[in-house]
Every structure is written in C-alpha cells, then in structure tokens.
Design a protein around this ligand. Sequence first.
Ligand code: NAD
Length: 323
Amino acid sequence: MRTSGHGSKIGVVGAGAVGTAVAYNAQIRGLAREIALYDVNRTKARAEVRDMAHGSQFTNCRVIGGDDPDVLENADVVVVTAGAAQKPGETRLDLVAKNVAIMRSVLPQVLAQSPDAVIVLVTNPCDVLTAVAVEEFGVSPARLFSSGCVLDSSRLRWLVAEIARVAPTSVHAMVVGEHGDSEFPLWSSSRIGNIPITEWTEKGTRLFSPEILADMTHGVVRAAYTVIEGKGATNYAIGLAAGRIIQAVLRDEHVVLPVSRVQTARELDPSLEALEGVAISLPTIVGAGGAERVVSPPLVPEEREMLLASGAALREVIDSVRR
Ligand code: NAD
C-alpha cells in the first residue's frame, strides 16, 4: 500500500554524500515508517545508519541498513545513489561507463528485494542510466525513472526568487532536457505568481532582461560544478529534491515535477516524437504509480529545437552503452 506515507518503507542504495542526505531528509520529514540504507561499504553503511538511528527519539521513523541487500526487502520506493560522483572538471556524461556497470549490478538486487517498488535513479548520468535500465530490466517507464531536472528547477527557482525577492514557491519555472550540460529553462512559460517572467517589474523597470535570463541559465547549468569545486560533492539540495519525489509517490500526490522518464510516442506531442525511447526531463505527473504521465509543455520554436538537440545528445550516449 503506497498511499500511506507513515506505513511505508523507503530504500536508499548508496550511503555516500547523496544517499545519506536523501535518507536523513526522509527521516526528519517523517516520510516513511522505515528507511533502509544499503551500501557495499559495510563500515560506512553501518556508521551512517547508527548515526541516524541515534536520533530516533526525535523522529518517528526506524533506520536500518548495512551491506546486505536484504535490508531493501519490501520497500515502497527505492532511491538509487550508488556510484562514482563527478570529480572537479568532470562532466556527468564522463561518469557513464563506471556508473552503468554499477547500475547493472544494483538493479537486480533491488528488483529481487522489492519487485513492486517505484525506483528513482539519482546516480549520474541519471537520464542515460534510466533509459538503459528500463530497456534491460523491462520495468515500466512509470515505475523506474530519475530525479532528472527536479534539482535543477529548484536551483532556477531560487535564483529567480533572489532577484525578484519573492518566495521560490511563487516562481513557476522549470528546467527541462538532459540533467546536464544541454538542459535549459522553459523561459517562454515561466511566471512569477501569474505574471510572465519577462514582464515582472520593480519600480517600473523590467528585471529579467534577455542577458539576465541567459546568466541564470548558465548559473543553473554550472551550479553543480561550482558546489563540487568548493566541497567535493553536492548533497543537501538533491536530498530535498529526492524527498519531494518520494513524498509525491508515497502520498499519491499527482504533483507535476520535471523528472526524467523514458518517453513514449503515445504521450508526446507529435513534434517531439524524436524523443521516443530517450529518458529526458519534461513536466510529469508523479503519484503512487511513479512518473505516471508526461505533459508536453507549450514550446517556442527555439525551445523545441533545444529539447530535440538535448534528446539527440542523450540518445548518442545511450546507444554507446547499449549491450
Ligand atoms: P559518494 O562517492 O559519496 O557515494 C557513493 C556510494 O555508492 C559509496 O558509498 C559507495 O560505496 C556506494 N556504492 C558503489 N557501488 C555500489 C554498489 N554496487 N552497491 C551499493 N553501493 C555502492 O558519491 P555521492 O556524492 O553520494 O554521489 C552519488 C551519485 O549521485 C553520483 O553519481 C553523483 O553524480 C550523483 N548525483 C546526482 C544528482 C542528481 O541530481 N541526479 C545530484 C548529486 C549527485
């Protein structure tokens, strides 16, 4: 039963910077009754579990885990973060061979322990891993998807909110495409409140010029690189973003999020049919069934071109790792 957040179980694979942030976020937000953390590094997994469990008095959630995949048994949602992280200067696509191999070893364990779970891949390059995993393990695209541009969209909304001095929740803007260098914000449909972003004024002056929009796009695309240069990893914001997805699934929220799902011709606007078979972020309804339905957004011609180019770049990488 996935619709009762308090009676459910979350599995997290990988107890590194990201996996622990996902688990800790889920723990303090009380997203489930039980959280299981699994990592091949036994010492690390046990220490992280113990550290979280020591806070049990202040939460309503049991934390278990270790280096035995059995801990993932009967999870409702499993978030996969196992894998190598980007090193300074390395792109997400550079990680592909290492992390595809890890994904191929981890997913059979996850599927054996939790055959009905919704699986959210966070390990990068998350779009590529998702497309390969859906193809190789025959799981439905709705049930196995990636966090995609959920984090990137939060980064964008924060940047816009800082300039406009409004709450990020009042910024309605989404980053779509690859979770990586070819991603871009859908500026044509971005709004603050119900005002198109380019018409937002302060003291009679429009704040969001084409130059500012271009700077923000660059800022979002480079965001991870900047954080990694300073602290070696990004983890807190992805922990929150994954928590948002987990909550949407466990509470069957039907919230629209830019997760990355393998695209099907049935759901795509005919002008985007070239994206079929590629996992790429688009607005998607997320609920108990996972990434339930993709919603084709309105696009100006330039955005359509960028989306198709992003899809083509991803397809090339997916083809290169296909068995
Ligand atoms: P990390 O090195 O701190 O942790 C990775 C963990 O995975 C390690 O503890 C390692 O022991 C474990 N691991 C490796 N192989 C395993 C296996 N076969 N089974 C179980 N566990 C295994 O790395 P991190 O900083 O936590 O990053 C993890 C991944 O998340 C990276 O690929 C990174 O690029 C990605 N990431 C994605 C996003 C996103 O928005 N999608 C954001 C941040 C990071």
